[in-house]
Design a protein around this ligand. Sequence first.
Ligand code: CMP
Length: 405
Amino acid sequence: MKMGVKVKVARTAKELSDVYRLRYQIYHVEEGFYQDNKSGFVTDVYDSIPNTVNVIAYNDLGEPIGTIRAVEDSEIGTPSDSSFDFTPYREKIRKEAKENGADEPQFVSAGMLAIAPEWRNRRDVFRSLLRMAVDVGKSMQKTHIISTVNHETISIYKRLGWDLLAEPILIEEIGTSIVPVAISLDVIYQWAFDSLIKQRKLLEHFSGCFQWYLMDGNTVLFEQDDKGDDAYLVTKGMVDITCYYKESDKRIPLAHLVVGDMFGEMSLIDEAPRSASAITRGNTELLVINREAFWQKIDENPAYLRDLMSVLSSRLRSADERAILYAHAPVQERLNYFIRALEQYALPDPRNPERKISKTGVEELAEMSLTSPQEALSFLQTLEKENKIELNKGKLIFLGTEFSS
Ligand code: CMP
């Protein structure tokens, strides 16, 4: 079954009520804490503070499956202070900042973590909630996160580099022990977004206004000719961009995108339907920016148009290259061009990293090269004799680096 999880900041009344109801379901119905109440919500005073942010995750049926909350430190303290006094920690951090000539530290508390039972073993769901909370902290320009976490989950926090500030403390009302923890935002931000190092500027720029999608392999994100309202950045996994002729059901591969690559921005720019389809290859995570946020951020900082223009111009260059090949190049040259393109998009064989496997077969190579399957097959058989490739059950296996030289 194809599953997708979408994680976002809860902004609408519906999204916020989903947050409060999910807390109720887990904290009250499942665990028996908090008083029963008619609304079926769990809320507290911190939910009514203007800068409090709730993050919510939905499954692909649109049901809420996870939530976490970020609360800015203020005169009334944070929810984390109700079970542990973080004052000495704050003072220590402030003193250190002063000694190092750094800016005044700004604290945010993370909490009210609730994940529906059937999703609790999905580490990526927990991680994406935490990542979104980290991004919220970043967009609020905070420097440190404090929290009190269930002692049973402490090993996860330890592994991520959180400081444990005390031994487990038994909280009688909830019948379990908590551990006070803290971490600098820079450290946890690095964990959260290290795969996007080359897009760090873009990421920081869009901070606070993106959604996070966790997708299974073979999920169609959108089809060619669909209306498009979002742009995407690959943060894990891979996405194939394909297109098709109207009267053919065959997909022609255009590009194979990896971590750090952006796509889907064309429809946001020209308001035309999607120029191609996008399909995930294996488990894939994506950061998603909607049209409004995209343009608002670009208007705020036109320097980002430069990055965008360089993506567009390199695509136009390769499209020109193909147009010239189609118009003028002999069959052999076209086949050579597309076999190299396929090699570029092929994935390393997990059992032998020297070899790379492409799922594209003879027929697709023939279509891309505007030639017959027989001609494509005889071209591949020659390469096979030269020990450059292997044809195996319709798959193309590239045997080494020598091919591209
Ligand atoms: P859009 O037209 O909104 O939706 C399909 C997306 O696929 C498009 O934006 C680009 O981001 C991407 N795309 C289209 N053609 C290519 C190509 N030749 N190489 C890489 N990406 C492409």
